[in-house]
Each structure stands twice: as structure tokens, then as C-alpha cells.
Design a protein around this ligand. Structure first.
Ligand SMILES: Cc1ncc(C[n+]2csc(CCOP(=O)(O)OP(=O)(O)O)c2C)c(N)n1
Ligand SMILES: [Mg+2]
Length: 336
């Protein structure tokens, strides 16, 4: 993976670094717990973990302002936690319980929060890309200065609808940051096997869209690139593409034995490029925190995740009365 950074790193305070450490750790521990609950049969269906990619959402959320929107694929737990959604509500949705964000009827891939401006959670590869442009269109129409982060993967980047969206987004100068989370794989297909073009962000040039590649294992590099992209969009210059080079440590989903890559490849990434470890080192070498301080944070995060897991087991199954609610907009179920 290229460790090239195209954006200069900003100065960062101790408080900010600690916050990024916390936020990334929350995602990792939450995902590890989700993996355990899946193994225990408490979570069913599809479940795509975000372990390894934490610096992407945490860095971009650090560049976002209140009211900015986000929309992503099925690999969505990290995005929800990073924008401030309640870990209890997310975990209870994974276990299909009433206390979940979709009252237990959506599951891992289908959660939303109007309050946190999180628009899903989409299972169809790249379907969220035109929707993200639509959200940005609404903001432009309302002249409210908001920006939409539209996340999609390296595999999704080969979908035709992405390019129709690029064309319209640039034509209408929509305030949308297209975030390509290039984690090197689309299910079992490596990016080298799916495309000959070396960089995905450069495809935007065909539509007049600017962009850049970012080191997604460095939360500060992501934040800096995010700030640049957001400022560009807010200035009314139109969309911007960030191709964020990252890596997923787990299989595509919980049912993937990941036989298309070697253990050594994953191990090397974990040992040499882990984003959380990187911030941990910065905190320790910069004397911003001691080992004990970090242990304390670890404990606190584990507590939050354990509480979420407890809640997700205790929350009741959705009642049968809920079967026909929230299905279609403005449709009131009729008495049989
Ligand atoms: C339109 C469509 N085609 C195929 C699939 C099956 N599918 C689910 S995820 C996926 C791979 C997508 O990879 P990528 O965009 O790189 O995202 P990642 O899983 O790496 O986050 C595929 C082919 C689907 N859900 N939707
Ligand atoms: Mg991918």
C-alpha cells in the first residue's frame, strides 16, 4: 500500500489525539464484540465488520461540521458510531431487537438516524452514491452550506451509476465529498484483479472533478484531506473525490473465510500500519499520555461496549404489531 500523503499534516492538540484514539478504539471493540455475538448466534444474517478501517471515518468526522450528512454501504457500523449514534441502538439492531435503530427490523445493513444526519446503511453496491448526490442537491437547493460525505468501496467504484453521478454532481456543483474507501478487496477480488487503472480517484478527471489519494491508516492525514475537501465543497466549487487507501483485517463478512489472501499479508498490515497503534505511539512518544492513561481509556471503552452488548441481549424481540409499520411512507395499515 502506498504510504504517500498528499496533504500536509496539521498540528494537533493532545485532546484531539486522545479523542481520535477513543473514537477508533470504540469502533474496534464494538466490532470485535459484534463478531463474538455473531459467533454465539445472537446476530444473524449479513454482518460486515469495519476492523482496520477506523481511521477513515474518525478522520473525516473530525473534518465535518454539525448538519453535514453521511451515507454509506453495508459496512456501516463504524460510520454510525463515529457520527455519534448510540452504541446500544446499533448493537440492538444487530441482534434484531426492539431497542435497535430500526426497531430490530433492519439489521446490520439498514440503520438510519435523522438526528445525526446518517442516511444508511445500503446493501446494494454503489446504490448510495446517487442517493448521496441527491442529499447534496437538497442542501444546495436550500443554500444551507452543508456537505454530504458519500462513502463507497473500491469494488463499487467500478459501478456505472458512480459515473453518472459524477457527471451530474460536477455539472450542478453539488457539495458532495465522494469517499472511496479502497480497502484493496471487493469480496474476494483484489483491486489488482478488478481494474487496470492504478488510481480510482483519477477517474473523476473525466468529469472535471478534483481529488486525491490519502493514507487511510493515518487519522491525521485523513482529517487534513477531509478538511480540504469540505472547504472546497462549502466554497461552492462542486464535488471532490478522496480515495482513501485502507485495509480490512477481517473477511468481507462474517461468513467469509478469506482464502484469497495470505495470513502474512494481513499480519503485516496489522503490525506495520495499524491506525490505532499509530495514534497510541504518538500519544506515548509525545508524552501526551502514559500507559496507565491508555489502559484507563481501554477500560472505559470496554465498559461502553459491554453495556451495549447487554442492552442488545435484554431488549425484547420486536412485537408482531410492528410487522407492517415503517414499510412504506405515509401508508397507514388497514384493519383486516
Ligand atoms: C449491485 C450489487 N452487486 C453485487 C453485490 C454483492 N456484493 C456485496 S458486497 C460486494 C463487494 C463490494 O466491494 P467494495 O465496494 O470494495 O466494498 P467493501 O466490501 O470492500 O467495503 C459485492 C460484489 C451487491 N450487494 N450489489
Ligand atoms: Mg473494498
Amino acid at each position: 500500500m502506498a504510504a504517500r500523503k498528499t496533504t500536509k499534516k496539521p498540528n494537533v492538540s493532545k485532546e484531539e489525539l486522545l479523542q481520535y484514539y477513543r473514537d477508533m478504539l470504540l469502533i474496534r471493540r464494538f466490532e470485535e464484540k459484534a463478531g463474538q455475538l455473531y459467533g454465539m448466534g445472537l446476530i444473524g444474517g449479513f454482518c460486515h465488520l469495519y476492523i482496520g478501517q477506523e481511521a477513515v471515518v474518525v478522520g473525516l468526522e473530525a473534518a465535518a461540521e454539525e448538519g453535514d450528512k453521511r451515507i454509506t454501504s453495508y459496512r456501516d457500523h463504524g460510520h454510525m458510531l463515529a457520527c455519534g449514534m448510540d452504541p446500544k441502538g446499533v448493537m440492538a439492531e444487530l441482534t434484531g431487537r426492539e431497542g435497535g435503530y430500526s426497531k430490530g427490523k433492519g439489521g446490520s445493513m439498514h440503520m438510519f438516524s435523522k438526528e445525526k444526519h446518517f442516511y444508511g446503511g445500503h446493501g446494494i453496491v454503489a446504490a448510495q452514491v446517487p442517493l448521496g448526490a441527491g442529499l447534496a442537491f437538497a442542501d444546495k437547493y436550500k443554500e444551507n452550506g452543508r456537505v454530504t460525505f458519500t462513502y463507497f468501496g473500491d469494488g463499487a467504484a467500478n459501478q456505472g451509476q458512480v459515473y453518472e453521478t459524477y457527471n451530474m454532481a460536477e455539472l450542478w456543483d453539488l457539495p458532495v465529498v465522494f469517499v472511496i474507501e479502497n480497502n484493496q478487496y471487493a469480496m474476494g477480488t483484489s483491486v489488482q484483479r478488478s481494474t487496470k487503472s492504478p488510481s480510482l480517484w483519477e477517474r473523476g478527471a473525466a468529469y472535471g472533478i478534483e481529488g486525491e489519494e490519502v493514507d487511510g491508516m493515518d487519522v491525521l492525514a485523513v482529517k487534513a484531506a477531509g478538511e480540504k475537501a469540505v472547504a472546497y465543497c462549502r466554497a461552492g466549487k462542486g464535488p471532490y473525490i478522496l480515495e482513501i487507501k485502507t485495509y480490512r483485517y477481517r473477511g468481507h463478512s462474517m461468513s467469509d473465510p478469506a482464502k484469497y489472501r495470505t495470513r502474512e499479508e494481513v499480519q503485516k498490515m496489522r503490525e506495520e500500519r495499524d491506525a490505532i497503534e499509530h495514534v497510541r505511539e504518538m500519544l506515548l512518544t509525545g508524552k501526551h499520555a502514559t500507559e496507565d492513561d491508555l489502559k484507563e481509556i481501554d477500560k472505559e471503552i470496554k465498559g461502553i461496549v459491554n453495556d451495549a452488548a447487554e442492552f442488545s441481549k435484554e431488549s425484547p424481540e420486536p412485537s408482531l404489531d410492528e410487522l407492517y409499520t415503517d414499510i412504506y411512507a405515509d401508508v397507514v395499515p388497514q384493519e383486516a
